[in-house]
Structures are given as C-alpha cells and as structure tokens.
Ligand binder design. Structure first.
Ligand code: NIG
Ligand code: FE
Length: 410
C-alpha cells in the first residue's frame, strides 16, 4: 500500500541522490540535509520518494497521513549492544557509589563474570524473552536496527547458546539485527593464570562451531588491561579472519590498550569505546577506514571522562554513537539521551550527533544500503516526532520523550 506522509515540518537526514553517502567523516558530519515543509511516499517497505510540499506528487497513492507539522528523521541504528543478558547488576552500581571502581569489581570476580554466572544458568527461552522486551523498549525510543553481542557465556556451550538466542531475535524482530561473537570478553577465573588455554578454546572450539552454524557476523574482543592484551587480540583476529568475521572491537575504555592500533591493523569496521585516547591513536584512525564508535552512555554511567569526539571529528575520522546497552556499564539503550551527552559532554553539534546515530551507525553495521538516511530505496523506517523547532531541539530538550511514533518497514 502506498502511503503519502504530508505536512512534515522538517524531513531530516535526507539523501537526494539515492543512498550515495555510505559514511560521513570529519567536516562532512556537520551537514545534515533536510527539507522544510515536506512529504514522504513509501510502500510500507521502502522509501519511494520525498520532496517539498510545494511539489506534491501527482503519483497515485492509497492513503495520506497528514503529519500536521511533525518532523521525520531516520530511525537510530544502535551499532553496539549487549542486549542478551540474564540479570541486572544494581548491586555493583551501589558498590561503585560506595567507592569501588568498575575495574576493582571485575578483579573480584564481579562485573562480566557475574553476568556470565547468571547467563550460564538461564535457558534460551528466558534470555530471548528478556532481550525482546529490551528491544521493544528500544524500538519505542526510535531504534530501528541493532547489533547484539555474545560474551556472557565464556564457555563454548553458553556462547553458542547466546548466539542462538541472537539468531532467534534476528529471525523474529522484524528490524535488521547483526550478531557479534564476543567470547573474548573476560577470562573465566580458571583461565586467569593460563590465558593461552582459553584462547585455544575460542580458536579451536568456539570459532569453528560458530562459523559452521553461521551464528555471527562480526568478531569482538575486549582489548583492555586486565582483559585481553593487544597481542592476544591479534591472535584472535587472525583466527577469526579465516572465517570471514570482520572485527568490531572494544578498545581503549580504561587504558591505552593498543586496541585501536590492533583494530586498524586488522581492518576493523569499528573500534568502540575510546575513552582513553592519545594523539597516536587519533592519528592511527585518521589514516584508516575504521569507524570510531563512541559510547558516551558508558562514560556517563561509570562517571568516567568522555570520549574525545571533537578531536576525532576535527582529525577527519568517522564517528558513530551507540548505546552499549548492558547490565554493567550502561543499563539502558536510549539513543535520544546519547544525543544530549554527545552535545553537552563531547561538544558534538546536533547535526554531527544525529549523523553519528544514523548514517555512521548504519555504516558500522554494513547497513548503509538500507538504513541511516531518508533516501529513495532505503527501508521505510523512520521516527515521527512531536512538534519540534528543528534538529537541535532533540538534544536540547533532554529527558522529554519527543517521539510521537516510530514507523518500521515491515
Ligand atoms: O562495553 N567493557 C566491556 N564490556 C561492556 C561492559 C560489560 C559489563 O560490564 O557487563 C562495555 O562496557
Ligand atoms: Fe560494550
């Protein structure tokens, strides 16, 4: 059925030349093309056309929805989440208030290992139901494509269980979902003194089975002091490349881990987190096609310093923003709040922040051909806002739910 959405106050994030832009880098990120007083035509699945109200189409359509001054923008693409987990971890949140650090909690066997214990006890149906509820909550907040990682299993059976849950979400969610294998999220306690034994399990047991069942699109490693070193990360990325799994890695959250360098060396699609960055890491990204995916929700929740977005963008790097939704460092997936964090804490402009949550998020999941902008031939998935004065009002009026409705291509 052809639907004409008319009287759109601002049609934000358009691409006139059918989906030309795969990604926006550096100064291009400031440009967020838009039409004021616009219409949009879809067949429910794809965007067919759009334009100014002065030139309403003469093409026939089946129904008209008069949006009466609402604005429209592409759905958010959340390119980094840990949406499948068994239990919340508010006790650690309270422990941090009392002075323990995220790192200290992890060293005591809490953190990721705490989530792994709970996940090992949970069955697939329970994990699926929980994750789907979180996904639905995210959809209502405008998220229309998502990446989900494993990494709370930490043994072959439980990692496969998580990835099967993600596969089921992929099959049933109705929005694009990408799966990332993160068996290298933490060393289980029994391997703390024998890293190579766990690396061998990942390489010899997990990866072949995952590849065999086609359970993952990407390979992730938590490259961090106290977790996986740059050398260990290289060993894992070498192995995963044999199965065609492109890297998207956790890098430089707590320390200069060498994660950015090893990610770029192995052509990572993105390196994610980047709270701790020196000039060397910025220069390394500057000369690469790797996307810098910043997760300000985690910096906010762990009360850490924010990522150097300005420095990265000014150096010409492509920056994406993602939620990092997980029970430890960011128990929420509200991409709208990220816009505000990006603007107030990282001095990104509203246009840069919106591009980072749409076009560059889509690029970080290799979904640029179907998501990330209002372009002819892309999926008809978009956010209809309450009346707003323009794009800057979205990060400005933080905490208010400015979403009237989200339309998903089905
Ligand atoms: O991206 N830092 C590593 N992994 C997650 C947090 C995992 C957890 O605490 O459960 C992150 O922040
Ligand atoms: Fe993460």
């Amino acid at each position: 059925m052809l639907t004409l959405y008319s009287n759109i106050k601002h049609l934000i994030g358009i691409e006139e030349d059918a989906a030309q832009k795969k990604i926006v880098k550096g100064a291009e990120m400031k440009v967020l093309p838009m039409i004021e007083e616009a219409w949009l035509l879809t067949d429910g699945q794809f965007i067919l056309d759009f334009g100014s109200m002065e030139n309403l189409p003469d093409k026939p359509y089946d129904r008209e929805e008069n949006l009466r001054g609402a604005s429209v923008l592409p759905v958010w693409v959340d390119s980094h989440t840990h949406l499948v987990f068994a239990h919340s971890r508010e006790q650690e949140f309270v422990d941090r208030i009392h002075g323990l650090s995220y790192e200290e909690i992890a060293q005591r066997g809490g953190g990721i290992l705490n989530s792994a214990r709970k996940l090992n006890e949970a069955d697939e149906g329970f994990l699926y139901d929980q994750a789907m509820a979180r996904l639905e909550e995210g959809e209502n907040l405008g998220t229309g494509a998502i990446e989900i990682k494993s990494g709370y299993g930490l043994n072959t059976q439980a990692e496969i269980k998580m990835l099967r849950v993600i596969r089921r979400i992929k099959e049933t969610a109705g929005i694009p979902v990408k799966a990332t294998f993160l068996g290298a999220h933490a060393y289980p306690l029994k391997f703390r003194e024998n890293h190579q034994a766990y690396l061998d399990i990942i390489i010899q047991e997990m990866l072949p089975q995952i590849a065999d069942e086609g359970l993952a699109d990407y390979m992730d490693v938590f490259c961090e002091k106290g977790f996986f070193s740059a050398e260990e990360t290289a060993q894992l990325l070498e192995a995963s490349s044999k199965y065609g799994l492109k890297p998207k890695i956790h890098a430089n959250q707590l320390y200069n881990s060498g994660g950015v360098q090893v990610g770029v060396k192995y052509d990572a699609i993105s390196v994610d987190h980047l709270e701790t960055m020196d000039d060397e890491e910025v220069a390394c990204l500057q000369h690469s096609d790797t996307i810098a995916t910043l997760l300000p929700g985690a910096a906010f929740f762990l009360a850490m310093h924010y990522q150097p977005a300005r420095k990265l963008i000014d150096a010409g790097v492509a920056v994406a923003l993602a939620s990092d939704y997980n029970p430890g460092s960011c128990p929420g997936g509200n991409m709208n709040f990220l816009l505000t964090l990006a603007c107030t804490q990282m001095r990104m402009t509203p246009e840069e922040a919106i591009n980072a949550c749409t076009l560059n998020g889509a690029a970080a999941l290799e979904l640029s051909h179907q998501m990330g902008s209002i372009a002819r031939g892309k999926k008809a998935s978009f956010i209809i806002t309450k009346p707003i004065s323009g794009p800057a009002y979205l990060p400005y009026a933080f905490g208010a739910n400015l979403i009237e409705r989200v339309v998903f291509a089905r």
